[in-house]
Design a protein around this ligand. Structure first.
Ligand code: PXG
Length: 285
């Protein structure tokens, strides 16, 4: 079954969903994107994802040629056209086709693309036993160079770190900022539990402010768990009672080994399990 793709103003079969080789999204990574999840036919925090997409676009002076309401409808229509009630949606806005030169003013027609597919989560055993991760030597790009809050089509910084993780036999890698503080993983935010307190790096540590991260912080507070943003070092992670990652694709996933140090008891901890259960309940509500 060919997938059905939304392109700009209509749904088309995947073999008709084509972008110009002159699109600056391809030539320069000039564009923005979002990854969303649908659970039982409802897109999780669609408005928050659209707000972040629009903020990313605003930051790079890219005017999205459709309204948020139109894109919201496109997301739901694309899921429906592909008969997906539990699925993954990739929303992409490119700068559009232009001349061979950086100048975004010499482009026309930004492309708004919605792809819906099934989601491939990490294997089940990782959720049950916990992930092993390593710190990448590749640092997160400094905010002063390029804000990590922009979810842009240029993900090479994260891909370089991901490669390091994969070469070390890990599916995720920890990234530090230019000050050597913990920032996030290549496609997931990071949390630790220390003496019952939940800690995660603040946005100014150079992270993407994850929508799953924010949901988990709300769930923790609602459950009476003290939850704070804090500057974290690798030492804080190595000596934590628990560690877990959050992301749209991963949801909540325990980490039990960082750079060869066993975290806590070496198995997913009670706060991680509690928040995993709470997150599953939230997305299905
Ligand atoms: N940090 C970074 C750098 C991300 O790219 C997150 C944190 C988590 O944010 P959300 O809002 O999803 O909780 C992300 C998002 C992939 C993939 O293919 C990863 C993300 C998004 C889309 C696809 O691995 N990560």
């Amino acid at each position: 079954m060919p997938r059905i793709i939304f392109m700009n103003d209509r749904l088309v079969p995947e073999d008709e969903a084509k972008v110009s080789v002159f699109d600056h999204g391809l030539l320069y990574g000039d564009g923005v994107f979002e990854g969303l999840r649908s659970y039982s036919g409802t897109v999780f925090r669609l408005d928050a994802h659209l707000d972040r997409l629009w903020a990313s676009a605003r930051a790079i002076c890219l005017e999205i040629p459709l309204s948020k309401a139109t894109v919201a409808k496109a997301v739901n229509d694309t899921l429906a056209a592909n008969k997906l009630s539990d699925g993954y949606v990739r929303l992409v806005v490119t700068r559009g086709a232009g001349s061979l030169g950086l100048d975004p003013n010499r482009t026309t027609n930004p492309q708004v693309i919605v792809i819906a597919d099934t989601i491939s989560l990490y294997p089940r055993e990782f959720y049950e036993q916990g992930l092993k991760i390593v710190t990448a030597a590749t640092q997160r790009v400094q905010s002063a160079a390029l804000s990590p809050r922009i979810k842009s089509l240029n993900y090479l910084n994260n891909i370089m770190a991901k490669l390091e993780g994969l070469r070390a036999g890990c599916v995720e890698a920890l990234m530090l900022n230019h000050k050597g503080e913990v920032a996030e993983c290549t496609g997931d935010n990071v949390f630790v539990v220390r003496s019952g307190v939940l800690l995660t790096p603040p946005p100014d540590a150079g992270i993407l402010e994850g929508i799953t991260r924010n949901a988990v912080m709300e769930l923790a507070r609602a459950a009476g768990i003290d939850c704070r943003e804090a500057t974290l070092t690798r030492h804080d992670l190595y000596t934590a009672d628990e560690c877990f990652l959050t992301g749209t694709a991963a949801e909540v996933i325990p980490v039990v080994d960082i750079d060869g140090r066993i975290i806590g008891a070496g198995t997913p901890g009670p706060v991680t399990k509690q928040l995993t259960t709470a997150f599953h309940a939230l997305v299905r509500k």
